[in-house]
Each structure stands twice: as C-alpha cells, then as structure tokens.
Design a binder for this molecule. Structure first.
Ligand code: HQG
Length: 181
C-alpha cells in the first residue's frame, strides 16, 4: 500500500471511524500509536513505527500530530466523530478564503458556509491554499470571507497548529465570490 492510501486510512480511522481500526479516541482525539500500529497489522498493512513517523512528518498538510512523548497520535482537524479539539481561539485577519466548486455556490450564497459532515467550516489564510482545497472537487471557485467582521459579531475562530482556520458557520452576508482581476 502506498503512502497516500496509508494516509487516507489513518485519516479515516483518526477522524471518522476509529472503530474500523479497532481504535478508541479520547475526548481530544488522541489514541495510542501502538494501537494504530496493531490496527494496521490487523488490516494487513505493512507499516512499522519508523514508517508511521515518516508519514506523520511528510503529510503534505501536516494532517496528523504526535504527542510530545510520541506515544499518542491524533488528526489535527477534520473530524466527524465527537472530539473537543483544544485549538486556541484566535482573532482572524480581515479576510480569510474558502475554496469550493461552482455547483455548491447557489446553496452557499443562500445559506452560508456550513460544516457539512465536519465539525467546523475550514478556511485558509491565503488564496493559493484555498485554491488547492477547491481543486479537490473540480475547477476551484474562491470565496472571500469577511472574517474580522464576523468575529466582531461574537463568532469564534480557531487556528490549528498547521494554519487552518476553523469556525462554526459563515452567514452569506460575510461571503463574497472572488473574481481574479
Ligand atoms: C461545501 C481538506 C452546499 C464546501 C482540505 C465544501 C481542507 C456547502 C464541502 C479540509 C455548503 C465540504 C476541508 C452549503 C459548505 N451548501 N455546500 N451551505 N457549505 N459547502 O471536505 O472546506 O485533505 O468538509 O464548500 O484541504 O472542502 O481532509 O470541506 O466543498 O483543509 O486534510 O461543502 O479538508 O483537508 O467539504 O475541506 P469538506 P473543505 P484534508
């Protein structure tokens, strides 16, 4: 199994379906590295400690995080299972960016950005990152999010250690489709 498939399997277990890997996540999403290695072995995936460490370090978006003693692992964000992530509440810049595709625009402009199956709406600090996020689904379309103004209404923003901005929802009034000039 290649790195990408291994990383997807880890994402599935650590964000959405820990039971599938025989894992139990604690309230903050952590589980024992040894349990993950045992789960991989049970699934017939050849992956030892060194390789898991390499996957965590080389993950293009730094999806996974090891505890200080490297005994535990978690996904940094993107969960659908109940976890209480402890990212610091952070004042956002004036603008953040969301990358999506044209077919979602009518719904987004009518009802705003919703977390869908995740816990939060994911926003990016720069347009390049948002473009890559949108590209996962087709020709990317960017929305500018008036984040500072939304924060002033009392909405919380959280910044993960890999630079993803999380918030509960973005009402349409704070969204603007962005056209390259
Ligand atoms: C759309 C990846 C209809 C939203 C990426 C998106 C990111 C709506 C999709 C991270 C809507 C949800 C997150 C509404 C939002 N009506 N569609 N009201 N509100 N949408 O994957 O932001 O590889 O849950 O535009 O790089 O695409 O997982 O969110 O298209 O960082 O590490 O519904 O996931 O990282 O899709 O991506 P997602 P996202 P990982």
């Amino acid at each position: 199994m290649g790195d990408i498939r291994k990383s997807k399997l880890l994402s599935l277990w650590l964000r959405h379906d820990p039971g599938a890997g025989g894992l139990v996540l604690d309230a903050q999403g952590w589980t024992e590295v040894d349990a993950v290695l045992a789960g991989l072995a049970r699934a017939g995936v050849a992956c030892g400690w060194d390789e898991l460490l390499r996957l965590v370090e080389e993950s293009d978006k730094q999806r996974f995080e090891l505890s200080g003693d490297a005994a535990r692992i978690r996904a940094r964000q993107g969960h659908s299972v109940a976890v209480a992530l402890d990212w610091p509440r952070t004042a956002p810049p004036a603008l953040l960016w969301h990358g999506t595709v044209a077919r979602f625009l009518p719904a987004i402009l009518a009802e705003g950005l919703k977390p869908m199956r995740r816990h939060h709406v994911h926003l990016s600090g720069d347009r390049d990152t948002a473009t890559r996020v949108g590209q996962r689904r087709g020709a990317p379309v960017l929305l500018a999010v008036r984040a500072a103004a939304l924060a002033e209404t009392g909405r919380d923003f959280f910044l993960t250690s890999n630079g993803v901005w999380l918030t509960e929802a973005v009402p349409p009034a704070f969204l603007e489709p962005w056209e390259p000039k």
